[in-house]
Design a protein around this ligand. Structure first.
Ligand code: HEM
Length: 465
């Protein structure tokens, strides 16, 4: 009886302690073992239950990490940046509330060890590593970020607009404000291989690639190797690039590469297309335009009006071909480190307290092997340089022309081979009322998943732990 009472007393003391713990606002020290424990918890949260393969939790966390970092503007006096805060009064953050709540819950048991700002970075690292499906893939990160108490960002437009402009939102925000290189920015945009856009959040609808839960180079292959049709919706003033060369005027989108099953739901945004094509030639236009490689003898070619941005295309080319995925993973890891360190001056690696030597790459995940490939090392490889390295794009030519896009693309979607050549020319949008556009297919159902409540109206899984 006494033993039982003691047991109950002890249990309630532990509960009281864990409930009453003080959450820190800045990590001061953290050990590799603690990082591993938190990593495992995040892994469970992100994996989101058996049968979850669409990567929706992982995608939302990676987007959140970017938006946190994009609060940083090196041209202003404020200290916003990676601080565990996003301004939810800003439309650009729409859809992130459920992710904030999920991460808050996951953070609570560890909040006396790690700041929320560091926790979000670690969460994004886990999300990318796990969805990469590459066992030793490692995004090196450091710790010591301070969490902010107020999340308000002064300007209305610190986040990028997907509609872009002649100045280029990627360059305005990621290069101009955050101080990243253009090559780093391009690699980071490869995160669009995860997840999707949703009308309720951004006004756009659709994923970028078919396998939305795998962090690989599909996004770059799709942009460069498939034709895309610009679809400007006059009602919303939103531009969406639809997969394939489409003929909406004839009552459907059936030429979109759907493999006989109708159009596919993948889309690109202006910013995505500008990684290969010359944005100056198509941003702001409302005509229907097809941009893409030549695909058939009927004359479907990349519309010369799209042009090719040789500098950006050279970086993208490094992410195509035989070593494309490895190159992308390597470049993304370095760019992610830059992104999560913008504005930070006193970060440190996880280390054991009794060691004077810092443990190299202490952010190593439980899956990290000590024999990890040197290409994943925290020290930037030559391929990480702002100027594309020859090893990343052995065939790249700085004077790339639209026709060389065609010659470079050997795996063009076969469903686009019977496209009417008329689709290669710009046609007035007024001939194709946006109201006639049929609804796109909804995302495939996940058969083994229980009902969920989640991000921006789309199913979201409960935590398993
Ligand atoms: C100029 C730069 C960028 C623009 C204009 C942009 C725009 C967008 C838009 C419009 C969405 C759809 C949001 C929604 O409807 O829910 C989105 C989603 C997403 N973005 Fe970006 N983005 C940019 C850069 C980045 C970067 C650098 C990253 C990561 C490092 C990133 C990661 C993601 C992810 C993973 C999603 C999917 C989210 C989900 O499925 O929940 N984006 N982005």
């Amino acid at each position: 009886m006494v033993k039982q009472s003691l047991c109950i007393l002890l249990t309630s003391v532990i509960v009281a302690l864990s409930n009453g713990q003080t959450c820190i606002t800045q990590t001061t020290t953290i050990t590799p073992a603690q990082v591993n424990t938190i990593y495992s918890s995040l892994d469970q949260t992100i994996t989101d239950g058996p049968g979850d393969t669409d990567g929706d939790v992982a995608a939302a966390i990676v987007r959140l990490a970017f938006h946190d970092a994009a609060g940083f503007n090196r041209n202003t006096a404020d200290t916003l940046g990676v601080d565990g805060c996003v301004d939810m009064t800003k439309g650009g953050n729409a859809g992130l509330q459920d992710t904030l709540d999920l991460l808050d819950t996951t953070w609570q048991p560890f909040c006396s060890i790690i700041s929320k700002a560091d926790f979000w970075v670690l969460a994004a690292k886990v999300a990318v590593e796990k969805t990469s499906q590459v066992q030793n893939y490692n995004l090196p990160i450091l710790f010591g970020r301070a969490s902010a108490s107020s999340c308000l960002v002064p300007e209305a437009n610190r986040l990028p607009s997907a509609e872009d402009s002649l100045a280029g939102e990627m360059n305005r925000v990621m290069v101009g404000q955050m101080g990243l290189t253009e090559a780093e920015s391009i690699a980071l945009l490869g995160a669009h291989t995860l997840g999707r856009t949703e009308t309720i959040n951004s006004g756009y609808e659709g994923p970028w690639v078919q396998n939305t839960g795998v962090f690989d180079n599909d996004y770059f292959r799709e942009i460069a190797q498939v034709p895309w049709t610009r679809d400007f919706d006059q009602a919303t003033a939103k531009t969406t690039w639809l997969r394939g060369a489409r003929m909406r005027r004839q009552g459907g989108m059936g030429m979109g590469g759907g493999g006989g099953g109708g159009p596919r739901p993948e889309i690109m945004l202006n910013v995505d297309m500008s990684l290969v094509y010359d944005r100056a030639n198509f941003i702001g236009g409302t005509n229907r335009v097809v941009c893409g490689p030549a695909v058939n003898q009927n004359g479907l070619v990349n519309n010369p009006a799209c042009g090719v941005d040789s500098g950006r295309f050279q970086v993208v080319q490094g992410f195509l071909g035989q070593n494309g995925n490895t190159n992308f993973h390597t470049a993304f890891a370095a760019a992610f480190k830059s992104m999560t360190e913008v504005g930070q001056t006193a970060l440190f690696a996880a280390a054991d307290p009794d060691t004077t030597t810092v443990v190299p790459d202490t952010t190593a995940s439980p899956i990290m092997s000590p024999t990890a490939s040197p290409t994943m090392s925290p020290t930037a490889s030559p391929t990480m340089s702002p100027t594309a390295s020859p090893t990343m794009s052995p065939t790249a030519s700085p004077t790339m022309s639209p026709t060389t896009v065609a010659s470079d693309t050997t795996t063009v979607d076969p469903d686009t081979t019977n496209v009417d050549p008329h689709t290669t020319t710009a046609e007035p949008e007024t001939d194709q009322p946006t109201t006639t556009r049929p609804a796109r297919p909804t995302r495939p159902a996940r058969p083994t998943q229980p009902p969920r409540g989640g991000k921006g109206g789309r199913p979201r899984g409960p935590r398993r732990n």
